[in-house]
Design a protein around this ligand. Sequence first.
Ligand SMILES: *Cc1c(COP(=O)(O)O)cnc(C)c1O
Length: 483
Amino acid sequence: MHKPMPEHGRDLDEILDQLEAFKDRDPQYKDGRLWSLVYYLDEEHSSFLKESYHRFACENGLNPGAFKSLKKMETEVISATADILNGTEEVCGVVTSGGTESCLMAVKTYRDMAREQRRVKKPEMIMPTTAHVAWFKASEYFGVKTRLVPLKKDFTPDLNKLKRMINRNTVMIIGSAPEYPHGTIDPIEEMGAIASKKNIPLHVDACVGGFILPFMEMNGESLPLWDYRVPGVTSISADIHKYGYAAKGASTITYRNLDYLRFQMFAYQNWPGGVFASSALLGTRPGGAYAAAWGVTRYFGKEGYRKLAEDTLDAVNKLKAGIGQIPELEIMGSPQGPLFSFRSNDPDVNIYAVGDQMDARGWQVNRNQFPAGLHAMVTAQHLQVVDAYLEDLQAAVETVRKHPELAQQGGAATYGMMAHVPLRGMVKKKVLEMYSEQYRAGGGELDLAAGSESGIGGGDSKGLLDKLVNRYVEYQSRKTSTR
Ligand SMILES: *Cc1c(COP(=O)(O)O)cnc(C)c1O
């Protein structure tokens, strides 16, 4: 039975109290124990976001000609973004609802550009295996085939392989600054040189890095070039709702000039509702998200963001140094930004069991796969929990070393088995089935991914993974019985 729409309206305060009460079972992020999903600083900043969002919560950015306020904010947010990305006066772009929308739009743009300019009918895009999952989504949605560049031992993409993947169907190359799984900044200068030579657009996915790497550089960090200073770079995605500390629902997609951006536009002239045009995926566009994004860039300015970048890097360096002191653990690759992953280099210490021990100590840590590891997306706020985290990590490693059987239990067993499931298609099918199940009429309890950006990575995902494993065991026993 569907739960009916309430017959009568209720008192405002009562509803607000109830909304507050819904939060009880959510991840608690204000104390710094969550390592993804939320970029929280303090109550002053948080209330400012809410207040600025709420000033424009009803306004609609659908038509840039209607609410001039929103168009002005969008233009100013884009020029501020172009400034920190070292773009020329010609860099232009659109504020989107998030990183995923920005990535989707880049794929649509370059597919349509190649279609019009080179008659490409079977479009392909080339990207390292570490490109964000949003690009795989774009590939499926827009019918652009992915060609994946494998990583070398140092976690950077093998550019010789990349060069060999280029063909006449290539519509774009993607690099990340940094990539989400390990925090490595892809070699954008080298990729830019390859892309320019072949005259193929190069998109830099700086969704996570775009609002922190520039400030780290202003603070004197020496980082490789990855922005519009690299000649081959034709577009960049940068999220304001990550390290820009905006309210959720704000990212940017910018292009070197309008000759690229115009392929992102959509228009339909024969609709009975009127001639319609739009610059990105959404129809109605949330004014609140624009106002909060505009507001927060003014609230911090370069100076504020530089301070946040400094504190974040301080936390990152302390965490890396602490992990370096634990002989069983090692950082993966050479991450230079605000996030990193680490793994075990000791066969007696199962990294997923270490993750379980961290969960048990009240942390919410994401898991990586291929190779197995634990992930940390660090914010300025984590500076205050560095010591507590490292102490617990040390203790977690010791516990796992003393109890190797932990690798066969709980989440560790499940993750271990998942990595060995031979038929990846079966994993995909099962995940799709379970994901759909949650949306059956009436909802049902979510048992997916409370603390995970990957969707099956951490937090309360054990239910899902247990089911997957059951299915795997069932599959194995069927296979042996029919032999
Ligand atoms: C977060 C992220 C995205 C997707 O952004 P959403 O805002 O979550 O949609 C894309 N690319 C990278 C590198 C990211 O870190």
